[in-house]
Design a protein around this ligand. Structure first.
Ligand code: PMP
Length: 406
């Protein structure tokens, strides 16, 4: 097979051609949200221009087209992730998906004395819902620590998997350190001990082929906007036995079979968990995004990003006074860094004036910042549409900013 033409692929993203502060844009903030190829923008546009109707309600032609397009995304995602489409609940993103597990699965089950095990590298979206549930049930949170390179200390993690642990919440890929966690191995160890596993796949799906069936988790949550899809899209995959046992999270239209004031019969999963009119156009766009990614190939994307990450890391290591936080052996193209004597926000502000978009702050991971002993970091996060030339431009901008600050 021919290697993908990365210059042509980059040209699929209209926004990447623009300038910022009179400089060509270098967009290194894809872990925050990804840019969209024209086919995705056009799919959303075409939906509203030609097919717009509500889903699962009207018998007319447009209603059928809208339902087919919306359900088509579920089928496409299922194929992409190697799961059954009936086990995928479409949501507004990871945050909703994790709250759905927390309120629908965990709240009725956790009791005083139970433990929710999390890791030090979780995003607030995989911390706060569990805290809210623990407050209401009397369960507590236990935290697995990291090795100095920012990978999970697996022996320490397994040692924490005591009989009181009912649930493990774990990021597949860290949004701050880029660490790729060996989730299949971890979920196998958890399962042996009867611990239910919830994997936050937000930062994994943009970067690599993910086969949820082979991970062997109980729940897998992700968001569409980091994988070329529109904002307000995503899904929760769950084992069928859990979905069947879970009460609805929100009540309303779309999620019922029959409503009487004496009582309501709920629809089967996944529709039981999709109350109200969903983000139809967004999910149509997400289906197109998945088709676009599959057209390039997730393995080709992973290889491309591996090359970019190696180049970026090598160049950053040559910048004096620059410190990279997170050097796990398996990393996605996400690099947190600090420059001696400079505040992360000042760095990001000055880089912006050079046309470079990086994120600065706590990255919704306060406990991880505490572990790293810093209030904030700068983070350069790449996607397959970035280029080696952009890395050179970023490094030149970094050197200039360092001189200005120093
Ligand atoms: N988990 C991780 C690891 C993330 O990076 C993010 C997005 N920054 C989320 C959860 C939350 O995703 P969303 O805001 O799309 O719900």
């Amino acid at each position: 097979t021919l290697a993908p033409d990365w210059d042509r692929i980059r040209a699929d993203f209209p926004l990447l051609a623009r300038e910022v502060h009179g400089k060509p844009l270098v967009y290194f903030d894809s872990a925050n949200t990804g840019q969209k190829p024209a086919v995705v923008i056009e799919a959303v546009d075409a939906f509203y221009r030609r097919h717009n109707a509500n889903v699962s309600r009207a018998v007319h032609a447009l209603g059928a087209e809208a339902t087919e397009a919306y359900e088509g995304t579920r089928a496409r995602l299922a194929q992409h992730l190697n799961v059954a489409r009936e086990d995928l609940v479409l949501t507004s993103g990871t945050t909703f998906a994790l709250n759905l597990v927390a309120y629908s699965w965990a709240l009725p089950r956790l009791q005083p004395g139970d433990v929710v095990l999390l890791t030090r590298m979780e995003h607030h979206a995989n911390i706060v819902p569990w805290q809210l549930i623990c407050e209401r049930t009397g369960a507590t949170i236990r935290v697995a620590d990291l090795a100095p390179d920012g990978s999970l200390d697996l022996d320490a993690l397994y040692a924490l998997m005591a009989p009181d642990v009912k649930l493990l919440g774990i990021a597949h890929v860290s949004n701050v350190l880029g660490t790729v966690n060996p989730v299949a191995e971890i979920c196998r160890e958890a399962r042996k001990r009867g611990i239910v596993t919830v994997v936050d796949g937000s930062q994994a799906l943009p970067h690599m082929a993910v086969d949820i069936a082979s991970i062997g988790c109980d729940f897998y949550a992700f968001t569409g906007h980091k994988m070329c899809g529109p904002t307000g899209t995503g899904a929760l995959w769950a084992r069928r036995e859990h979905l069947l046992a879970m009460p609805p999270f929100l009540g309303g239209g779309e999620m019922i079979k029959e409503v009487r004031y004496e009582g309501t019969v709920f629809a089967e999963p996944p529709h039981r968990f999709e109350a109200g009119t969903p983000n139809i156009a967004g999910h149509v766009g997400l289906g197109t995004a998945v088709g676009y990614l599959d057209g390039i190939g997730m393995d080709a994307i992973a290889a491309r990003e591996g090359d970019l990450l190696a180049h970026l890391t090598e160049e950053m290591d040559r910048v004096e006074g620059l410190r990279i936080l997170g050097r796990a052996p398996r990393k996605a193209a996400v690099v947190s860094f600090l420059v001696e004597g400079a505040h992360a926000h000042d760095l990001a502000t000055l880089l912006d004036l050079e046309g470079v978009a990086v994120r600065s702050g706590h990255h919704c991971a306060h406990p991880l910042m505490a572990f790293l002993g810093v209030p904030a970091t700068c983070r350069a996060s790449l996607a397959f549409y970035n280029t080696h030339a952009e890395i050179e431009a970023f490094i030149a901008a970094l050197r200039k900013v360092r001189r200005l600050l120093g």
